[in-house]
Design a protein around this ligand. Sequence first.
Ligand code: UT7
Length: 425
Amino acid sequence: MVANDGRLNGNRGQPSERDGRPHPPHRWQPRHTRYVHLTGWGMCVPERVVTNAELEAVVETTDDWIRTRTGIQERRIANDRETVTQMGFEAARAALNRADVLPSEIDLIVVATSTPEDIYPSSASKIQNLLGATQAGAFDLSAACSGFVYALDMAAQAIRSGSINTALVIGSEVNSRVLDWNDRSTCVLFGDGAGAVLLEGSDQPGGFMGAVLGSDGSGAELLGIPTVGTASLPEGRQMHKIHMDGREVFRFAVHIITESIRQVLEKTDLSLADIDLIVPHQANQRILSAAARNLNVSEALFYSNVHRYGNTSAASIPIALCEAEREGRLKPNDNVIVVGFGGGLTWAAAALQWQSVQEKAPKGLAYRLSQGRRELQYITAFWRARALKTYRRLEAVLRGSPAKHANLRESAPAKGKEDSSREKR
Ligand code: UT7
């Protein structure tokens, strides 16, 4: 990561003398306005399709109930090898191809997820390693189904500030591993998958316009996944399993999706008439219909693919962006709102101009060459990780314990001495 060292504005923080007159301390500012463009996008979903009819054999439910109450017809379910890291990596590769950017050019990787393999190391660090993004900082972000929009805003602000130039934002989930497959009120709703976008700084206006983020922790108990730090498990909750008060979350969702769209329009000086597409978190078709009614717009303004994937939490918006673009629903310079809501409770909405910079490379020889360089970086990343692991093992054998010369007894103050010196003070 290239961090700004504060030299941009000269003697930052010190009163400066210009024209012989004292001036107040400089505030840090980037050299000029930076714009943030979405230059790449990609997705990855498991191959295994599970239909509503198949779920009829798992819990007491019907295809008709699921379709009419949610709009969901099928979802993707991960196999043993498909994880947040593996799917996020595939989605990231697709986004880098689209943007024609090398992994070594990435400054920051943020993964929005609630279903990582580990609390730490982060999935973002593992994806950084698989990509060979050796210059990137990496962290996971936890904001449930709003996570992708939160991550988008964090990365965009880092680019705007001039701190970084290129960021990979990923939403990836394996909800199937945190579902109670005996609970019909949740297990029919969720699915697995990943989506990624690449953000790049530019002097050219357009791209990311602004975002609103929100949280109301008083609704924390309405939707969650208890995990390792839980002190005591309330009645009816299971460790590492999703629990949800569907009706309450539904009510919250309809209100907040409408409200946060209004807020982001106001913040970015846009009106609904300026918006070409709203890409919302895909939880329930009835939520989208109700939001469209509240805003007095056609339901067609809300992109939906919930029938194909169910609720993929933080992955649903980037997956929807990829499919909307593929279906021709997103065209260069279109104004788009992305809006998420979920556990926390949290919500987030961002306004952006879709693909407002030209694609960098035509898909000709130059593109194929840089594609070759990308593949080479993935192969190098694999061998680099192996070499580093071997080096660490060898170093441990050759050097022994790093603490072998330290004698804690000698370096610690004798108890009696410490007590007497305290008394004197
Ligand atoms: O991503 C985070 C955000 N999540 C959401 O936004 C989800 C928000 N909530 C929802 O989408 C809806 O509340 C649900 C889809 C979860 C439930 O729909 P609902 O219309 O609110 O149903 P309900 O919870 O009021 O339940 C109605 C009935 C109940 O039976 P009784 O008590 O009326 O006899 C449930 O037991 O439907 C029953 N039911 C089912 N029946 C068949 C609940 N799940 C099922 C099922 N199959 N899978």
